[in-house]
Ligand binder design. Structure first.
Ligand code: SF4
Length: 316
């Protein structure tokens, strides 16, 4: 096989992997429903370009109908190349709105020189995006956070916030009016980097505001990258852990009724055998012994979800 066709094969595999990862996340969390109008937040970074691109592919083939509208918030950072996103969006034919709000000046005015500006900046951005979603009549807001962002957030919260908390793939916005979705929740950042190169997205650098990068997040990112090199599979295992939570083996009295434990309760998988085995299986589901037990929280009522990876029904 020639080098060119080998490369083509790799590219196709990458595209397929991304479509499947996004489709699986959408299905698992029922992120998109028939008739949804989804506002895709586009920053000009690799993640949001890939998000829009993959959602468009799924939109073309899915057995449900949904609309996409790309929204970029021009925060008036010095040197922001205003023409790039409109040109790109017109070239691919996606409806879009560019919102101009000078949050940059507000942040500069309010935050002392040298202090991290990101938290105020993102709060302001969030407020504007919620307002725009309402104006556009969008039912969902899609953000481009990926699997590695989710894990980094989990470690940030553990190390600095004293909380076992990551970043949810789907949530209700803080004002209660919108459903926010993260369809890239299962996607590796490395795949997004490769995809951005492959598709030649016109990336807008994210340091135009002149803010210091969030150093704590950077340190955690490097820690995870180092683990990924030295212990292959660890990142995947940690992400699986987010989907296999055993409340009776944590210590949150609000999540599990430790005080109400009585002898003779019927317990389900995952509970304590008093003397846990030292070996931790890579996948929880494979590693539980028969007498492991857990009292689970009530599972959510299953909802019928249409598989977004299925094909559109043929019209006669
Ligand atoms: S890096 Fe700059 S633009 Fe991005 S959130 Fe921080 S302050 Fe805002």
């Amino acid at each position: 096989m020639s080098k060119k066709s080998k490369q083509q094969l790799e590219n196709n595999k990458l595209n397929k992997r991304l479509r499947h990862a996004v489709g699986d996340a959408i299905n698992d969390f029922n992120m998109i429903e028939n008739g949804d109008k989804i506002m895709v937040c586009l920053s000009g970074g690799k993640d949001s370009y890939a998000l829009l691109d993959i959602l468009r592919q799924l939109q073309a083939s899915a057995p449900i109908d949904f609309e996409l509208v790309a929204v970029n918030l021009d925060q008036k950072q010095p040197g922001f190349p205003e023409h790039i996103l409109p040109e790109y969006l017109e070239s691919i034919g996606v409806p879009y709105r560019i919102v101009e709000e000078d949050t940059y000046s507000i942040v500069k005015r309010v935050i002392e020189e040298g202090k991290t500006t990101c938290s105020l900046c993102s709060r302001l951005r969030r407020g504007v995006l919620y307002r725009v979603a309402k104006e556009l009549g969008c039912t969902k807001i899609a953000l481009g956070h990926h699997r590695d962002d989710i894990l980094q957030t989990m470690f940030l919260n553990m190390f600095y916030g004293g909380k076992l908390k990551a970043m949810p793939p789907k949530l209700v916005s803080d004002n209660g009016e919108h459903i926010v979705i993260r369809p890239l929740a299962y996607v590796k950042e490395k795949d997004l980097e490769r995809y951005a190169e492959l598709k030649q997205f016109p990336i807008i650098p994210c340091n135009l505001c002149g803010s210091q990068p969030n150093l704590q997040r950077q340190v955690i990112k490097e820690m995870l990258q180092d683990w990924d090199k030295r212990f292959p599979g660890r990142i995947e295992s940690m992400f699986s852990a987010l989907q296999n939570v055993v409340p009776s083996h944590l210590a949150d009295t609000e999540l599990f009724d430790f005080t109400g434990l009585v002898r003779g309760q019927t317990l389900k998988h995952g509970g304590d055998t008093a003397f846990d085995s030292e070996t931790v299986p890579a996948r929880f589901s494979d590693g539980l012994s028969e007498n492991d037990s857990e009292i689970t929280l009530s599972p959510p009522t299953p909802k019928k979800v249409i598989n977004i990876l299925a094909s559109k029904p043929k019209t006669a």
